[in-house]
Design a protein around this ligand. Structure first.
Ligand code: TRP
Length: 320
């Protein structure tokens, strides 16, 4: 085993929930829903990486370009000997930009819900950064969690890219920011936020021509079939992701194309023809509206970087 790589630890939380119980309660609601964190099993994480490379999905490439362009300034704000804590680490492509520019970074603590995927990507990171302490943590960053402190003084800096904050309703997003602030223990947070823009462009980003986003959405059903022995017909549902301009958000659904019933954990669920199952929201902010929310969550919004076309923004929030 690589010396700088701690064993991936599973973070225990009193509120541990699971796919089966979440799916059962979501499908019992009058307006059916499936929680979006269950997108990210191994197959879902790989499909999401494919989404990030789609021509329509401008977010990843714009955010990477911003990180590259401003890496010096960003890592100077983070300071020396920092411990970078990433919430929902995914493929680890983005943090490499920070690690390359950072002054003598002390540790990197990636947190992700997809344990197998995390172990796989951390292994290759360990080989490329032999001097860095790596602490992969498998867990759900939406639950309260305590990350143990490393020996010796290290300032923490949070990293939450990809506009994942947009996947929470504004109230939940605020609560999450507050929780991150306490996890960071006085350290700042670097966070990527997708911006309000031409709705046609937004719509295209979640309805790609190659149909990868549709596959990603339907992976929830395929996962339920595999892990919970459900009998969803993935072709019996359509991917539908309209932009709700009044609420500044993409809303994602699986819409039942026919009247059908599904068996899941010994229970029976009826779907009417045309009935939607809500699977995700992706809220968009203006730079100002996001800074206001961050301030209400107890941060001091400091630097902000955006591209020429104002597609995407990265914010440096200091704890106060
Ligand atoms: N944080 C990403 C976003 O809202 C997640 C995402 C992008 C996503 N495309 C998706 C989630 C498609 C589900 C389906 O932009």
């Amino acid at each position: 085993m690589d010396t700088n790589l701690a064993r991936a630890q599973t973070i225990a939380s009193a509120e541990q929930d699971n796919f089966a119980s979440s799916l059962l309660s979501g499908l019992r609601k009058t307006s059916k829903e499936i929680a979006c964190k269950y997108f990210y099993d191994q197959a879902g994480s790989e499909l999401f990486d494919a989404i990030c490379n789609l021509p329509e999905y401008y977010q990843t490439r714009t955010e990477m370009a911003l990180l590259n362009r401003h890496a010096e300034e960003i890592t100077a704000l983070m300071g020396e000997s920092v411990e970078i804590v990433e919430f929902g680490a995914g493929s680890l492509r983005k943090v490499r930009i920070l690690l390359d520019a950072a002054r003598n970074p002390k540790a990197y603590t990636p947190l992700d819900i997809s344990g197998d995927y995390l172990c796989h990507v951390v292994r290759s990171l360990a080989a490329d950064y032999p001097a860095l302490t790596l602490r992969p943590l498998v867990g759900d960053f939406t639950l309260p969690l305590e990350i143990p402190h490393l020996p010796g003084p290290a300032r923490r800096a949070g990293f939450f890219p990809g506009s994942t904050i947009g996947n929470f309703k504004p109230d939940a997003a605020m609560a999450l920011l507050r929780r991150m602030r306490s996890t960071l223990n006085g350290g700042g947070l670097l966070i990527g936020v997708d911006l309000v823009k031409d709705p046609v462009r937004l719509h295209a980003a979640y309805n790609d021509a190659a149909g990868v986003t549709a596959l990603f959405n339907k992976n929830l059903l395929i996962r339920a079939n595999r892990e919970l022995d459900a009998d969803f017909d993935p072709d019996g549902f359509a991917h539908y992701a309209p932009y709700n301009a009044a609420a500044h958000r993409i809303e994602m659904y699986l819409v039942s194309l026919k009247r059908q019933s599904v068996n899941l954990c010994g229970q029976h669920f009826e779907f009417a023809q045309g009935e939607p199952v809500h699977t995700e929201d992706s809220h968009k902010y203006t730079i100002e509206s996001f800074r206001e929310m961050a301030a209400r969550a107890g941060f001091n919004p400091r630097a902000v970087w955006t591209d020429q076309d104002r597609l995407f923004s990265i914010h440096w929030l200091e704890s106060r």
